[in-house]
Design a protein around this ligand. Structure first.
Ligand code: UDP
Length: 341
């Protein structure tokens, strides 16, 4: 039986969205155990001393069983996943193994231990090219790459586990996670970094020669792609609400997490120039394969079901903390070589 003060297992809690969520939940006084293999996560992203980091694989059932036996988790938040869309096309099995097969092993242990609350990092990539905008949960889910498919399959698996053994799940379909904690203590540090805002920052600091804009001939007002940039702390807040909702006996949910505001690549560049006071060196290139022109959420369902709304909707609210992180002591990177042995 789930109770709201039972410890929570957070897989991938040392990653970008995971670490911001762990920080929020730990600040609420919740007991958090992070399971992360640190392939992409950073031990230094876990700043609360009461949070325990276990370095290991989600699919290591012996390890996960030992953690369940020790902590009797009331819920699992599952962030751990690979998220490079292009790589998922060239190496699909890596994505189906890590993003789909590994959580099955985790769910098997949850079933064994009677843990029935699961909050899942899903994605707007499960919609593919939207059949209408803004995207509601009634949109067709037709992912166009293995990454999106690997996530959608887990959504289906969670629904089936709900039918079979009463699992309650929240599938949170993120739009474009961005920003970081405004104190700059934790932030976004991917390697390789492919995301737009960090790459614009890298162009500003000279870490890369210039920002390449992928396509200027889209059917959008300025010809560049439009996305819905959602602050990572707002995403964290949605996870906290989803946990509370399920722990209180609420029904399973699947909902979009976005602002409902579309921002173009050119508008991001302008925002960065305004906030940093520097010129972004830009090169205009061809479209990147698989990029829909426009992806914007209708976030109404998350408000209705979870009482969640994005507290920050202006792109400056995402870019400003990203600049604090980038221009801080570590230049937007966690210091290396401090992983536990
Ligand atoms: N983009 C770009 N140059 C870059 C990285 C991204 O023009 O170096 C564009 C990309 O084509 C997309 C938007 O910025 O339209 C956001 O891309 P990102 O990879 O951050 O997120 P995605 O929407 O692909 O998940």
């Amino acid at each position: 039986m789930t109770h709201s003060n039972a410890p929570i297992l957070v897989t991938g809690g040392a990653g970008y969205i995971g670490s911001h969520t762990v920080r929020l939940l730990a600040g609420q006084g919740k007991k958090i155990v992070v399971l992360d293999n640190l392939v992409f996560g950073h031990d230094q992203a876990i700043i609360d001393p009461d949070v325990e980091l276990v370095v290991g694989e989600v699919g290591d059932q012996e390890l996960v069983r030992s953690l369940f036996a020790k902590y009797q988790f009331g819920a699992v938040i599952h962030f751990a996943a690979y998220a490079y869309v292009g790589e998922s096309v060239t190496n699909p099995l890596k994505y189906y193994q890590n993003n789909t097969a590994e959580p099955i092993k985790l769910l098997q242990v949850m079933e064994e231990f009677g843990c029935k609350v699961f909050v899942f990092s899903s994605t707007c990539a499960t919609y593919g090219v939207p059949d209408k905008l803004p995207i509601t949960e009634a949109n067709r889910q037709a992912p166009i790459n293995p990454y999106g498919k690997s996530k959608l399959m887990v959504e289906w698996i969670l629904a089936d586990c709900g039918t079979a053994w009463g699992l309650k799940s929240a599938c949170l379909r993120y739009f474009n996670a961005s920003g970081c904690s405004p104190d700059g203590l934790i932030g976004e540090d991917h390697n390789p970094e492919t995301h737009l805002i960090p790459r614009v920052m890298m162009a500003v600091t000279g870490e890369i020669d210039c920002l390449e804009v992928f396509g200027t001939d889209y059917e959008t007002p300025d010809g560049t792609c439009i996305r819905d940039y959602i602050h990572v702390e707002d995403l964290a807040d949605a996870h906290a609400r989803a946990l509370d909702h399920l722990a209180a006996g609420g029904a399973s949910v699947a909902c979009n997490l976005g602002t409902g505001v579309g921002v173009s690549v050119k508008e991001i560049i302008s925002a960065v120039e305004q906030i940093t006071g520097k010129t972004v060196p830009v090169k205009y290139g061809p479209r990147r394969e698989g990029d829909p022109a426009s992806l914007v959420a209708d976030p109404a369902l998350a408000e209705k079901l979870l009482g969640w709304v994005a507290s920050r909707k202006n792109i400056n609210d995402m870019v400003r903390p990203a600049w604090i992180w980038t221009s801080g002591a570590n230049g937007g990177r966690y210091p290396q070589n401090k992983k536990p042995t």
